[in-house]
Design a protein around this ligand. Structure first.
Ligand SMILES: [Zn+2]
Length: 189
């Protein structure tokens, strides 16, 4: 059993922790850290790239590329399109981003850097892993089915989906569990 991504590249899951016979396990059988990220992913899959959004803003949201990759912790994650992933990697590797790994300031500091004009230099080549991924993945349910499938097995009295997935509450409610979470950062690849 290997590592897989679901919906977006970046966050990696142990196949054996989340899947059985190529189907998602019921939520309550999935370990907490993987469960949090999985549930969080269902709210992120259709979102625009954060960097595009900083450029275009809410009024021109339609001009943003769809996010393809997620880095950081659930609730403090950064979403990026293929065009802007190099900028994030450059910030992470060369501009102090890695020192903020796991910090609450992680995403905001990247946004500030990007808004101040921070970009990867033309010749920056920090993302060789980009092309290697998709073909190696096993057959997974369509990304957009994830929420449906998870909710099929979801038992409300045991797990409150909103605790993990809601934008406004994630920061405060998820913090206690964040230390347990193993999440992807560029250097993990
Ligand atoms: Zn973008």
């Amino acid at each position: 059993m290997g590592k897989v991504s679901v919906g977006l590249r970046g966050w990696r899951f142990d196949e054996s922790e989340i899947l059985r016979d190529e189907e998602f396990k019921p939520l309550d059988e999935i370990p907490l850290d993987a469960r949090q990220r999985l549930v969080r992913l269902t709210t992120l899959i259709d979102k625009p790239c954060d960097a595009c959004y900083l450029i275009h803003g809410e009024s021109k949201k339609a001009n943003c590329n769809r996010a393809r990759v997620v880095y950081g912790e659930p609730g403090e994650e950064v979403l990026l399109c293929t065009d802007h992933e190099p900028d994030f990697i450059y910030w992470y590797q060369e501009c102090g981003g890695s020192e903020l790994r796991g910090s609450e300031a992680f995403a905001d500091t990247f946004y500030e850097w990007f808004e101040d004009g921070g970009r990867a230099p033309e010749q920056f080549g920090g993302i060789e892993h980009v092309e290697t991924e998709p073909d190696e993945l096993p057959e997974l349910p369509d990304a957009n089915d994830i929420r449906e499938r998870l909710e099929e097995n979801y038992e409300p009295h045991q797990i409150d989906l909103r605790e993990y997935a809601d934008d406004t509450s994630a920061d405060s409610t998820a913090d206690d569990d964040l230390e347990e979470i193993t999440t992807s950062y560029p250097t993990d690849e």
